[in-house]
Design a protein around this ligand. Structure first.
Ligand SMILES: Cc1cc2nc3c(=O)[nH]c(=O)nc-3n(C[C@H](O)[C@H](O)[C@H](O)COP(=O)(O)O)c2cc1C
Ligand code: SF4
Length: 497
């Protein structure tokens, strides 16, 4: 290790040009980095490293050397070589009228039976490679919040010894209700996805995580498992239900693995990734329950019909939760690419709105004049929001956007797993600054401190909870800069209802 330290009165900065690693994945530093200390005296990586790499030949070559030795890099190498050339697909003709795939009008508040889903074509046997190809051709990505390409995950699992499939049905985030809705109303669809995934990766054990108090979902899924067992659909496959404790972070995939093993819901450090070492030390495929339901629908529709909804880059439709911030919420299905503004109009939510929270608590806050945006990850990213958990919540008159974000970040702080100080201390401190803006006790220096968190939070937690908190705060500071400035030293100008 080459370490150079520069210090003056109030700034300590140090730089690591390269590290030697023991080949076990202990070190994850693969390029020269410049560190500073944050307000908790913890080192964080500044953005200055990019410039350093560009300007210093010696540093660059040492970075490459470290890079070449890093097992994390090897993982990506492996993936890249295993990956077939991307399939070039012509732009699909959009369907004239979008036919719902999940939120079926005829279902109302009822529950679809296993027999009905089988009659519609469900539980179709598929060869593993056929299914993997279908996933690639359908362009399926994860619906648990991060949008990770599903096929990439599956490729890591192929050929694993005694793999396990975990269906993530935990859904703690206030204002997101799609997964509970799916498990309660279309349990056979979810179960079909679980069975498809298990058969494809060769798993004899699948575990469905459901929030402890979500009795309706548990009994619907449990009845579907009984019916599937009686009809011989689960031959050689054991499916267990796992209650998930009431902690937001328990839905994070590695925390869920800990819960399944009977431990506290605390995220695990990666690597190893769950696809290498997951539950009970076995390779584990963790997939959100909507992703699995999407998979089941794709097997029935086929890739072309699946892609006939949505856009070329984001095919298909998704299950959204829509409503005023704090509820009541409606679960609806929309094609990706549908206009956010139209969606709000369809639900009579445009009148008197002050802001819209798009993508859930880790998403972003949009101004009323910025709603003409298609519901796709790229378009929403460009607007400082995200598709996230597909929750769309309207902030109405009398609700101050600063308070809303303070409450969200405060909630994240309470739900932190207390492993990483910049998360467990930083999030309450951030919320405190925003509450100070609300009551007029925070001035410009506190606002400047808040902005520093945007550099010191991301990429530093064992999990991505702080990244979500930073993202939603950036949307406030960027999209509502004038309103935030009006709070400085003066308090909230919005009359509270
Ligand atoms: C703090 C935190 C909480 C999360 N909670 C959930 C959750 O409740 N349900 C869920 O499916 N994914 C949740 N995720 C995402 C999972 O870690 C994981 O990415 C997902 O289950 C993978 O499935 P997918 O690829 O099908 O989206 C959470 C992530 C973070 C960082
Ligand atoms: S980042 Fe926060 S929530 Fe995630 S593991 Fe660390 S302390 Fe826990």
């Amino acid at each position: 290790m080459d370490r150079r330290v520069a210090a003056n009165n109030d700034l300590v900065q140090f730089r690591i040009d390269a590290t030697r690693c023991d080949g076990q994945g202990v070190c994850v530093l693969i390029a020269p980095e410049i560190f500073e200390l944050d307000r908790y005296d913890l080192a964080y990586v500044t953005k200055a490293a990019d410039a350093l790499v560009r300007s210093d030949e010696d540093v660059r070559s040492r970075g490459f050397e470290a890079d070449a030795m890093c097992p994390r890099d090897a993982i990506f190498e492996m993936l890249a070589s295993a990956r077939p050339a991307p399939v070039e697909r012509p732009e699909a003709e959009p369907a004239d009228v979008f036919v719902p795939r999940f939120v079926l009008p005829e279902l109302g508040e009822g529950t679809e039976s296993l027999d009905d889903w089988r009659t519609a074509g469900g539980f179709k046997p598929q060869e593993p490679m056929e299914l993997l190809q279908l996933i690639e051709q359908s362009g399926l990505t994860g619906h648990g919040g991060a949008g990770f390409p599903t096929a990439e995950k599956w490729k890591r699992m192929m050929g694993a010894d005694q793999p396990v499939v975990v269906a993530n049905g935990s859904e703690r985030e206030p204002g997101t209700h799609k997964d509970r809705w799916l498990m309660t109303h279309r349990p056979a669809l979810v179960l079909d996805g679980v069975v498809l995934a298990a058969r494809a990766v060769g798993a004899a054990l699948a575990i469905i995580g459901i929030d402890d108090e979500s009795e309706e979902s548990k009994s619907a899924v449990s009845a579907a498992i009984d019916d599937a067992t009686a009809q011989g659909l689960l031959d050689g496959l054991e499916i267990r239900l796992q209650g998930v404790p009431n902690r937001y972070v328990a839905g994070e995939e590695t925390a869920l693995l800990n819960v399944i093993e009977g431990n506290a819901p605390i995220p695990r450090l990666r690597p190893p990734f769950p696809s290498d070492v997951g539950v009970f030390g076995r390779a584990t495929l963790v997939q959100n329950v909507e992703t699995l339901a999407q998979l089941a629908v794709a097997t029935v529709l086929g890739p072309d019909s699946y892609r006939s909804a949505g856009t070329h880059d984001v095919p298909g439709s998704g299950v959204f939760t829509v409503g005023p911030f704090g509820g009541p919420y409606t679960v609806v299905e929309k094609e990706f690419g549908h206009s956010l503004k139209d969606l709000l109009a369809e639900h009579h939510l445009l009148d008197g709105l002050q802001a819209v929270l798009v993508g859930g608590y880790a998403g972003g806050l949009l101004q009323p004049d910025a709603l003409d945006v298609p519901l796709t990850p790229a378009a929403l990213r460009g607007a400082n929001a995200s598709l996230g958990t597909k929750s769309i919540q309207v902030i109405g008159a009398g609700q101050c956007p600063v308070r809303v974000i303070a409450d969200i970040v405060g909630y994240f702080g309470e739900q932190s797993a207390d492993q990483c100080p910049m998360c467990s201390q930083g999030l309450p401190d951030m919320a405190g600054i925003m509450r100070g803006l609300e009551d007029g006790t925070a001035g410009q220096s506190e606002l400047d401190e808040l902005a520093v968190f945007m550099d010191t939070l991301p990429n530093r937690g064992v999990c991505r909870l702080p990244d979500g908190a930073a993202r939603v705060t950036v949307s406030l500071l960027t999209n509502f800069a004038e309103l935030v400035a009006a709070h400085v030293g003066a308090g909230c100008p919005t009359p509270q209802s």
